[in-house]
Ligand binder design. Sequence first.
Ligand code: PBG
Length: 304
Amino acid sequence: MRETRLSPDNLIYPLFVTYGKNTRKEIKSMPGCYQESVDKIVAHAKEVYSLGIPAVLLFGIPEHKDETGSSAFDPHGVVQKAIRAIKNKIPELFVITDVCMCEYTSHGHCGIIENGDVKNDPTLYLLAKEAVSHAKAGADMVAPSDMMDGRVEAIRISLDEEGFADIPIMSYAAKYSSAFYGPFREAAESTPQFGDRRSYQMDPANRREAIKEVALDIEEGADIVMVKPAMTYLDIISDVKESFDLPVAAYNVSGEYSLVKAAAKLGWIDEKRVMMEVLTSIKRAGADLILTYFAKEAAKILNK
Ligand code: PBG
């Protein structure tokens, strides 16, 4: 009678790649999640795949950050190295990369800054370059998370021109300006040094605008559309599922994870049951894919 069934192959596990060797540093605000150097990431990716989770999403923490985030498209950047290493050892694991500037810029914004403001159009060129460099390193799919207007089209055109017509784009299409990203910014060391992301991310009070944002990304060539965050945006996931015929992904973000971890640590909730309820509700709302830091723990339960 159960209408909604969760499976490990609905899940995508995010990984944070850092520079150096033999490094594995726990992210304080996200217990159980780590910043890891390439050698450690490969072993971790193996564990993820062995649990039946088919895909990982890579974020980079580069050694050097600058105004234009140039290490984002460095062929020897942390993400590029990690892609090559993972695809070499575990070719069956589907490798998705987060395409954004905020992890690579010294100011922590998702685009380039001119006169104190993020400039949309000049950023498109950098994002396209980053996406192509991930594809060249062997990424199976790119996931732009910056929320600049027109970036899906810019990335699609560049990928096609460079011979990567078969690399799909999962766009962070309805991405809200959310306080739930707090712990992630510690994880990716990407807190904006001034201002906030409200000029390019969406107002949490807006529902219909999500449909507009998703429609634009689909028109530009998105293959999978994402809603982010997930737990407090189930109505948006449901709307997007009803309105479009593409696969829908939902990102169960860092703050949503940390809330559960913190309450569990205090003994206030049953962590496993709450985790499964959260993930099931995201799927019930309409998500085909769930990006979640709970992926490994959930897969262990589902595999039993
Ligand atoms: C980069 C990006 C962010 C997240 C995914 N990609 C942070 C942000 O936009 O501030 C958040 C993920 C999470 O909180 O788990 N733009």
